[in-house]
Design a protein around this ligand. Structure first.
Ligand SMILES: Nc1ncnc2c1ncn2[C@@H]1O[C@H](COP(=O)(O)OP(=O)(O)OP(=O)(O)O)[C@@H](O)[C@H]1O
Ligand SMILES: [Mg+2]
Length: 240
């Protein structure tokens, strides 16, 4: 099976301090892959580098559908079919729900754009009843739905989501994760998820990577995570 996304030997330094060290990661078509790790592990840096927002050291390779993304401008990378839902959602607060979706789908022709936006309203009824509301006045959960909706309307093939559960009540998090799982199944979307909530990402994921101080320290299936003593101690000690 050929990979959808292949990251090899990725090192990133900010002003001389390394945030990522020789990271390699592969995502296959239709998979849900989670990257776990504590604060400062380099999770967001990984997604930002794939999106072209941060430049890696020489010697790295980032391939999407067998095409190199290195040196490509962020908007070009998005056009390849990669959507990035950043940490903290980052919707346009002074635009309405509808306008946020319109902007994200701007490069599609009008009938396709409308169809995609309606699909988002079907998935997230909360947004359908608030189309004219400013995004900045939405609740945190609704903003996360809108951020995911913005990625969906762009017709992405790989969605990268940075800590969708952050700051949200568990019931909202469950709702969002359930919808994500449904979308993956029904649309053949591929998901690269960054999370600190290990239990949740284990439920949703086909494979897990653990980042620690910028390096991959574990790679395996949720079953392998649960069988690994060190991983159990790190992530599940409290309840097992
Ligand atoms: N723009 C920047 N300039 C300098 N250092 C940075 C910059 N962005 C991130 N870093 C540093 O890089 C390291 C990794 O940061 P990153 O945001 O990727 O971690 P993270 O795993 O996403 O953390 P969190 O879970 O808190 O979001 C941290 O030590 C951080 O201070
Ligand atoms: Mg982060």
């Amino acid at each position: 099976m050929s990979s959808l996304l292949a990251v090899e030997n990725l090192s990133v330094a900010y002003t001389g301090i390394y945030a990522l060290r020789s990271v390699s990661l592969t995502v296959y078509d239709g998979e849900v892959v989670s990257v776990l790790g504590p604060n400062g592990a380099g999770k967001s840096t990984l997604l930002r580098t794939i999106s072209g927002l941060v430049k890696p050291d020489a010697g790295a390779s980032i391939g999407f559908r067998n095409r190199s993304l290195l040196g490509m401008a962020p908007y070009k990378i998005a056009q390849q079919g990669i959507a990035h839902v950043p940490e903290g959602r980052q919707v346009f607060p002074d635009l309405s729900v509808e306008e946020n979706l319109e902007v994200a789908a701007a490069r599609l022709e009008s009938s396709k754009r409308k169809a995609n936006i309606n699909e988002v309203y079907e998935l997230f009824g909360e947004l359908a009843t608030r189309t004219k509301q400013y995004a900045g006045s939405l609740s945190g959960g609704e903003q996360q739905m809108l951020a995911i909706g913005r990625a969906l309307v762009s017709d992405c093939h790989l969605m990268m989501i940075d800590e969708p559960s952050m700051g949200l009540a568990p019931v909202i998090v469950m709702r969002i994760f359930k919808t994500l799982r449904d979308i993956v199944r029904s649309r053949g979307l591929t998901l690269l998820l960054v999370e600190q909530n290990a239990r949740l990402s284990l439920q949703l994921s086909d494979r897990i990577y653990v980042l620690s101080q910028g390096a991959v320290t574990f790679e395996g299936t949720p079953e392998q995570v649960k069988e690994d003593e060190q991983m159990r101690d790190l992530y599940f000690a409290a309840k097992s």
